[in-house]
Design a protein around this ligand. Structure first.
Ligand SMILES: Cc1cc2nc3c(=O)[nH]c(=O)nc-3n(C[C@H](O)[C@H](O)[C@H](O)COP(=O)(O)OP(=O)(O)OC[C@H]3O[C@@H](n4cnc5c(N)ncnc54)[C@H](O)[C@@H]3O)c2cc1C
Length: 453
């Protein structure tokens, strides 16, 4: 009897819905390459493709422990968003005005880059450039959202944002819960599992070698090269990219990465397909995505086949490595209840699938692309729940770094910065729980006028 690796089973709705997928075989020989990449998600595959395009004669290999898109890249909600770290106010407070503006421009470029890539390469990932509305439910949330809008206007980065009052959002979404929002037109959403597997196709067509079910179990560095061991063979590389995001704590011989980020689990649900009458009852004709401006935000989007994917509202800190799957019935119940609180019209709609995944969080609350010890090893992490567009552009940025090129992208301030180290595991766990409680309390306070409604 053959033993099936449980990590190959469907983990998200997108992976499940994709249908049959045959992973590439594991590495079964020893190879010498120019660039090795650990991790077959958006970061790893974009980097591989961009670098190989720039250097057609280079030998480039991607090693993925499970299957392409096993991690956050195959599980996320698919928002190609400009969100960066936490709220803009937090980035402003911690990093200052100019860095907030620069981050906005990088993310603006990231969304455009992702859209252009999909269009130019004909990637079949159900991309829709329909924008997103940031919604408020209470007077307090709306006051804060208005202040955010004013801040972005003062900084000159509110170009595509429009304020929408209560009657406008209720007219669009047919939900009495909405009191106002900001519409940003220049963002989109996609099917993440289709996208990541299209990126695999693209990278392979350029000549990148991809090995799935090939966990890197050991990394050895010498003055001349870097040797990666997997169960079936080893790779000797000139340069290495550690594209493991929330899984970075378990990558061997990256002690310096151990305390740079922590996996935080978030959860999502998807409904069954809505009937034409159900869609009619909730409006939402333009099929734009929306999210609320709570601290523990909820996000909503339609799928190409007429369902609603929604998630958030809670986030869990665990002491286990990110690779261990952890379910959270409480979070799923919360998601379903929130969907039906917004849309009582959908009270009989069934939840068809539930899943979750780890996002990478660090103390500074912003992403990093950095060198580990020397410039031969590049690490990317700390993308929070906003890595879809970001990791696509990061792939371009990392390809420039691998080539030793100084470009506008490599000048972005998250490049070659080192996030502050986390305290030990127990303290990080406790700090994570305390932070979660504080955010929950903040949301309770802003929404207390809604209780019982
Ligand atoms: C539930 C959820 C919802 C999200 N929603 C959104 C959203 O709507 N919009 C948005 O912008 N962002 C969202 N994100 C965040 C976004 O998905 C991530 O930031 C992004 O996908 C990270 O991509 P990555 O390639 O860096 O990492 P990953 O996709 O996590 O890839 C890392 C890979 O490394 C592999 N790996 C780990 N260790 C090893 C090893 N030792 N050897 C070989 N391979 C290894 C893993 O198996 C994994 O496949 C969400 C994330 C989650 C979890």
């Amino acid at each position: 009897m053959t033993h099936r690796d449980p990590r190959l089973d469907s983990m998200s709705f997108w992976q499940h819905d994709y249908g049959h997928y045959s992973p590439n075989g594991p590495l079964k020989e020893d190879l010498k390459v120019d660039v090795a990449i650990i991790g077959g998600g958006f970061t790893g595959l974009n980097t591989a493709w961009q670098f190989k395009r720039d250097n057609p004669n280079a030998r480039v290999v991607v090693l993925e422990a499970a299957v392409i898109g096993f991690g956050a890249s195959g599980r996320n909600a698919g928002f190609s968003t400009r969100l960066f770290g936490l709220e803009p106010e937090m980035v402003l407070l911690r990093w200052g005005k100019q860095k907030l503006i620069d981050a906005h421009h990088y993310l603006d470029k990231a969304v455009a880059h992702t859209k252009d890539l999909i269009e130019a390469q004909g990637l079949q990932s159900d991309y829709r450039h329909t924008g997103m509305v940031r919604i408020s439910y209470s007077g307090k949330q709306m006051g804060r959202l208005q202040k955010t809008h004013e801040l972005l206007q003062q900084l000159g980065i509110a170009g595509d944002l429009t304020w929408q009052d209560k009657s406008r959002v209720q007219q669009d979404f047919h939900s009495e819960r909405f009191t106002g929002g900001i519409y940003e037109s220049n963002t989109g959403n996609l099917n993440p599992c289709k996208q990541v597997r299209e990126l695999k196709r693209l990278a392979e067509s350029a000549g990148v070698s991809i090995h799935e079910t090939s966990p890197v179990t050991d990394i050895e560095r010498t003055a001349s090269d870097i040797v990666l061991k997997t169960p079936g063979g080893k790779i000797t590389a000139d340069k290495l990219v550690v594209a493991t995001n929330a899984y970075s704590r378990q990558v061997p011989d990256t002690r310096r990465l151990q305390n740079r980020q922590y996996p935080l689990w978030t959860y999502q649900v998807v409904t069954e397909r809505l009937t034409a009458e159900q869609w009619e009852s909730i409006g939402w004709k333009d099929r734009q995505a929306f999210g609320d401006n709570r601290q523990l935000l909820h996000y909503y989007r339609p799928t190409a086949d007429g369902r609603i994917v929604m998630g958030g509202g809670n986030a869990m800190v665990y002491r286990t490595p990110a690779m261990d799957e952890v379910s959270s019935p409480m979070s799923w119940q919360h998601c379903e209840a929130h969907l039906k609180w917004i849309y009582p019209q959908l009270k009989d709609v069934r939840i068809a699938y539930r899943w979750g995944g780890p996002v990478s969080v660090n103390v500074d609350m912003v992403p990093e692309i950095s060198f580990v010890d020397d410039e031969r090893i590049i690490y990317s992490g700390g993308c929070f729940g906003h890595g879809v567009a970001l990791t696509h552009l990061n792939g371009r940025t990392i390809a420039d770094l691998l080539d030793g090129r100084k470009t506008e992208l490599t000048d972005f301030w998250i490049v070659n910065r080192k996030s502050i180290s986390m305290p030990n595991d127990t303290l990080s766990f406790v700090a994570g729980r305390v932070a979660r409680r504080a955010l929950q309390a903040f949301d309770w306070w802003e929404e207390r006028s809604l209780q019982g409604r």
